[in-house]
Design a protein around this ligand. Structure first.
Ligand code: GLN
Length: 485
């Protein structure tokens, strides 16, 4: 039999169901891959070895359960998901020793489906960033070139999948944090519609944007994970009551009847040469398959970086007020004065980028500036939503690049936040409008992955995944990078 870590999620689940391997085999294989690759890649903040082995032994005692679609499958979750009995750091020093007393609904759902969580993955602190370099636990490396970033903020979850540590993982996407690392590492990543997946038990960054979603090595595997985590949750009132569609029996569209709209404002971006070559080639291949590509306009897209960074920072500044050194996490020592204690705890416990966002958010919400910044950004959001709706009347799905750059050398933008924010232009608009988006690789260019994304109307995940599965036939998965072979 092939090495277990090489199997895709569905293949592994089937092998387990048929008794070709047991839960302990699959967990041991994941833990071994972690031991082999982790010293170089640093994808994990914590490895839940004992818990995972105990859970595998418990499952094996009961035997495979056909009712549980993920029975015995090892998975990883970004370290913003609460999991009972394990620390949640969110990549921050301020949550260094924080053990949640509750558990994220999506984690509980994965476990109920028989999955075994083997690790909690590294991310930018409080999911603020695009490179996984803003973590208090060190930076994660790209498996295709360890001198480069994996993207972010869910970089660890993408790397865990691409390096074969696990066949699937969860991340969160507030402004691109699933789709962009999937593109930079070369796997499939899905940002569900806002409200499709519960946010309960997930460390909040910007609550009107945050959405959890899966990474895997194929569209089918991502669909399987979504089918387990999607759906209403009494613990999260923003999680929609809408019934969950069938994501497992995807009906692939007929290429000659498929029209993809290409937002001109994104396709005219200043791409790095290898990205441009790969995207041009991808467009040619789609047309060769008789898929219609049609330019569409999103005129307000040009305001999306500014609008997003105002709204997300505003929400972050209120969400992160709870980390005050009194009720939560890290507290400075030997400071008798209360106000000084708050200030010092937050200064020492929170990283530079997070403090920058809190100050920015506090500023745009402050009296006298609220109308000029926050209220205006909220209007842009509404206008962009109208653009999006209109564009979708002219095509079935939108097709967009994911990143202007391939994975960049570590440290490139660490002291240049404005440039880093502008690099998010390809992913942020979808978060502003709340729709679902799917990234998949189109190929390697100069040895590094290039991805593409599809956007659908809100709650159109079933069609989106089916269209993604069609594209996957045209652009087959990249296979493992040399480090994972
Ligand atoms: N890079 C964006 C930010 O820093 C998006 C991050 C995310 O999606 N969590 O806010």
């Amino acid at each position: 039999m092939t090495n277990l870590h090489e199997l895709g999620l569905k293949q592994l689940a089937q092998a387990l169901k048929r008794g070709e391997c047991c839960a302990l085999d699959s967990v041991s294989s994941a833990l071994q891959r972690i031991r082999q690759t982790e010293p170089r890649l640093k994808a994990c903040v914590s490895v839940l070895e004992d818990k995972a082995v105990n859970e595998a032994l418990r499952l094996d005692q009961q035997g495979p359960d056909p009712q549980k679609p993920l029975w015995g499958v090892p998975l990883a979750v970004k370290d913003v998901f609460d999991l009972r009995g394990a620390p949640t750091t969110a990549g921050s020093k301020i949550l260094e020793n924080y053990y949640p007393v509750f558990e994220a609904t999506v984690v509980t759902r994965l476990k109920q489906a028989g999955a075994i969580i083997v690790s909690k993955t590294n991310c930018d602190e409080f999911a603020m960033g695009s490179s996984t370099e803003f973590s208090a636990y060190g930076s994660t490396k790209n498996p295709w070139d360890e001198t480069r970033v994996p993207g972010g903020s869910s970089g660890g979850s993408a790397v865990a999948v691409v390096s074969g540590q696990v066949p699937g993982s969860l991340g969160t996407d507030t402004g691109g944090s699933i789709r962009q690392p999937a593109a930079l590492c070369g796997c499939v990543g899905l940002k569900p519609s806002y409200g499709r997946v519960s946010r309960y038990g997930i460390v909040a960054y910007a609550s009107s944007f945050d959405q959890a979603g899966p990474f895997a090595r194929s569209v089918e595997d991502v669909a399987l994970l979504l089918s387990v985590i999607a759906g209403a949750d009494g613990q999260d009132s923003t999680c929609a009551a809408k019934p969950v569609d069938d994501y497992l029996n995807l009906k692939l569209p007929n290429p000659s009847q498929l029209t993809l709209g290409l937002p001109e404002e994104l396709w005219s971006g200043k791409f790095e040469a290898p990205v441009k070559e790969a995207l041009d080639q991808a467009k040619k291949e789609l047309e060769a398959q008789k898929i219609t590509l049609k330019p569409v306009a999103l005129p307000n897209l040009k305001y999306s970086v500014a609008a997003y960074y105002i709204l997300a920072a505003a929400e972050a500044s209120t969400n992160l007020a709870r980390y005050d050194g009194i009720r939560y996490g890290y507290r400075t020592q030997g400071e008798p004065d209360l106000v000084a204690l708050y200030r010092r705890s937050r200064t020492q416990g929170l990283g530079r980028e997070v403090r920058r966002r809190i100050m920015l958010g506090t500023f745009v919400l402050s009296s006298g500036y609220y109308e000029a910044y926050y209220a205006k950004a909220a209007k842009v959001r509404r206008l962009l939503f109208q653009d999006y709706q209109k564009a979708l009347t002219q095509c079935d799905y939108l097709l967009a690049p994911v990143s202007l750059l391939q994975a960049w050398p570590l440290g490139s933008f660490i002291n240049d936040p404005l440039t880093a924010y502008q690099l998010d232009i390809m992913t942020l608009p979808l978060n502003l409008v709340g729709g679902p988006g799917l990234t998949l690789p189109v190929g390697l260019s100069k040895g590094l992955p290039v991805g593409i994304q599809l956007w659908a109307p809100a709650f159109g995940e079933a069609g989106l995944l089916a269209a993604g599965a069609l594209l996957e036939k045209i652009f087959p998965p990249l296979g493992f990078p040399p480090i994972a072979k």
